[in-house]
Design a protein around this ligand. Structure first.
Ligand SMILES: O=P(O)(O)OC[C@H]1O[C@H](O)[C@H](O)[C@@H](O)[C@@H]1O
Length: 284
């Protein structure tokens, strides 16, 4: 069965899915099950950011787009930092395209990773990434316990959003307290006027359903989340200079707003859970 809005391409040993329908276009790498681009047709403006220095050859996780973090977030795997891969082992493996279809709402794609069991997480489960490219981009990360004992996992859709200039950005809709990774996890109230003037690495513990990225006082991208327990906000600022796949000024054009489960989600046998991020363009 063919899906006319979907083309497959190869480059540097990686396979990409290129989606182009009457509502939007997107590019997805099977390495990492990783969305790289989303351009809604209504305004033709890219919503995601990929570093010009990203490794697009399978050597490293891709810097930008929507990395899939699972079954742990960051280095929260219970071992010493560096002993296991940061953000888990899905973003560095080749995924399979398991289905595709199209209708008037857009193109629907499902992907599955090659394996879900590795050092640090040895449970029976199935993971599916379901992507719809339409007026909005919807990405659902579904985890199912296919075994006979409960397990606990964390995850994130670690989206890098394109912004014209980080100093012209305000994040709206985020409330409650956050844990500040840059200040020994001190708990602080979310600023009322949420702007960016330096390195930022925060786990917001109120699972707000909609955050809005406002650029030059105009809403640009809405980030909807469901099935999450937190929202991570990250910009490396000038420490981007020490990240090998970013350049020193890369931080100016990106903001990570990550729909996340960071407090541990328990799944009983046969239970499944979907964490969903919806990226909706706001027309100017
Ligand atoms: O460099 P990576 O492993 O892709 O992680 C990039 C970033 O991801 C998250 O946002 C974490 O909160 C940050 O502490 C981390 O630096």
């Amino acid at each position: 069965m063919s899906t006319e809005s979907l083309q497959v391409s190869e480059s540097n040993g990686l396979t990409f899915l290129e989606v182009d329908n009457h509502l939007g276009s997107a590019k997805i790498s099977l390495f990492g099950g990783h969305v790289l681009s989303f351009i809604p047709k209504k305004d033709g403006q890219e919503r995601l950011w990929v570093s010009p220095h990203a490794y697009l050859n399978g050597e490293r996780p891709i810097r930008g787009g929507i990395p899939v973090c699972w079954p742990w977030f960051s280095d929260d795997h219970g071992k010493a930092k560096g002993e296991l891969p940061a953000h888990g082992f899905l973003r560095t493996q080749v995924w399979q395209l398991t289905s595709s279809s199209e209708d008037e709402t857009g193109t629907h794609i499902t992907l599955a990773p090659s394996f879900t069991r590795a050092e640090g997480f040895e449970h029976d489960c199935a993971v599916t990434l379901s992507i719809t490219v339409g007026n909005a981009l919807t990405v659902s990360l579904i985890t199912e316990n296919t075994g006979v004992v409960p397990f606990i996992y964390n995850c994130a859709l670690h989206s890098y959003f394109h912004v014209d200039h980080i100093q012209a950005v305000r994040l709206e809709g985020v409330t409650g307290d956050y844990k500040d990774k840059l200040d020994d996890w001190a708990v602080k109230p979310t600023p009322e006027n949420y702007t960016f003037t330096g390195e930022t690495d925060r786990i917001h513990m109120s699972p707000v359903e909609k955050a809005s990225i406002v650029v030059n006082d105009k809403p640009f991208t809405d980030v909807g989340s469901k099935g999450h327990d937190s929202l991570v906000v990250w910009n490396p600022w000038q420490s981007a200079a020490s990240i090998s796949d970013m350049d020193p000024f890369g931080y100016k054009h990106m903001l990570c707003v990550e729909s996340s489960i960071t407090q541990g989600k328990t799944l009983q046998p046969s239970e499944s859970h979907a964490m969903v991020q919806t990226i909706t363009p706001v027309l100017r």
